[in-house]
Write a protein that binds this ligand. Structure first.
Ligand code: GAR
Length: 202
C-alpha cells in the first residue's frame, strides 16, 4: 500500500530550480509528504539540474527532438517515470508542454505553478520574467501565484490555490518576481502535500 510517506514525486524544470529547492527542503522538513525521486529537465545545463545532483536526486534530460517521433518520446518518458514508480508530478518552471500520454496517465496527479493570477497572463511565451513585465505594463495593482492541476485541456486545469501580492509603484520585473517567488516557495509544497493527502477530493 502507498502511504503518503512513501509517495514518490518527479519535478520537471527548465531553469534555476528555486521551487525545486523549496520542495526538497519541505520534503526534508516533513512539510511535504513524499519524496522527490527524479528531476526531469529539457536542459542539461539548467541550474535546477545541478541542485538535484547536489541533493542526491537522479536526473533525466528529456528532449523530444532526440526521438524519431513524439510518440516514442512520450513512451520513453512514461517508461522512465514508471521505472521510478513516480506517483505525482510537479512542474516547477518547466517550459515545455508535457506529452499528452503523460498527462493522461497522471491525470489529477500533475500540478503546475504559475507566477500570476490565472486566467490572466497565461499562454504561449508567458513564463518567468515575461509574465512580470506584462503585469507591470498593464498597470496591475496586484499579481500573485496560481497552483493548478494539469489536465488534457491545456490551461484549464483546476485551480487549487491562488495567493495575491501587491504590485508596488516602483516595481521592476525583478522586484515583483522576488515578491511572487517568496509566495511560490511558501505555498507549492503545502498545496502538493494537500493534494497527496486527498484533501482536494470532492
Ligand atoms: C517560477 O516563477 C514559476 O512560477 C515560473 O517559472 C519560475 C521558475 O523559477 N513558471 C512559469 O512561468 C510557468 N509558466 P525556478 O526555476 O526558480 O523555480
Amino acid at each position: 500500500m502507498t502511504t503518503t510517506s512513501t509517495v514518490r514525486i518527479a519535478v520537471f524544470l527548465s531553469g534555476g530550480g528555486s521551487n525545486l529547492q523549496a520542495l526538497i527542503d519541505a520534503s526534508r522538513a516533513g512539510i511535504l509528504s513524499g519524496k522527490i525521486v527524479l528531476v526531469v529537465s529539457n536542459l542539461r545545463k539548467a541550474y535546477g539540474v545541478k541542485r538535484a545532483e547536489q541533493a542526491g536526486i537522479d536526473t533525466f534530460v528529456f528532449k523530444e527532438k532526440n526521438y524519431d517521433t513524439p510518440e516514442q518520446a512520450a513512451e520513453d518518458l512514461l517508461k522512465k517515470l514508471q521505472g521510478y514508480k513516480v506517483d505525482y508530478i510537479a512542474l516547477a518552471g518547466y517550459l515545455r508542454l508535457l506529452p499528452m500520454a503523460v498527462v493522461k496517465s497522471y491525470k489529477g496527479r500533475i500540478v503546475n505553478i504559475h507566477p500570476a493570477l490565472l486566467p490572466k497572463y497565461w499562454g504561449k511565451g508567458m513564463y518567468g520574467h515575461f509574465v512580470h513585465e506584462a503585469v507591470l505594463a498593464a498597470g496591475e495593482k496586484e499579481s500573485g501565484v496560481t497552483i493548478h492541476l494539469v489536465d488534457e485541456i491545456y490551461d484549464h486545469g483546476r485551480i487549487l490555490k491562488q495567493v495575491t501580492v501587491p504590485v508596488l509603484p516602483d516595481d521592476t520585473p525583478e522586484t515583483l518576481a522576488a515578491r511572487v517567488l517568496e509566495q511560490e516557495h511558501k505555498w507549492y509544497a503545502r498545496v502538493l502535500d494537500k493534494l497527496i493527502k486527498g484533501e482536494y477530493n470532492e
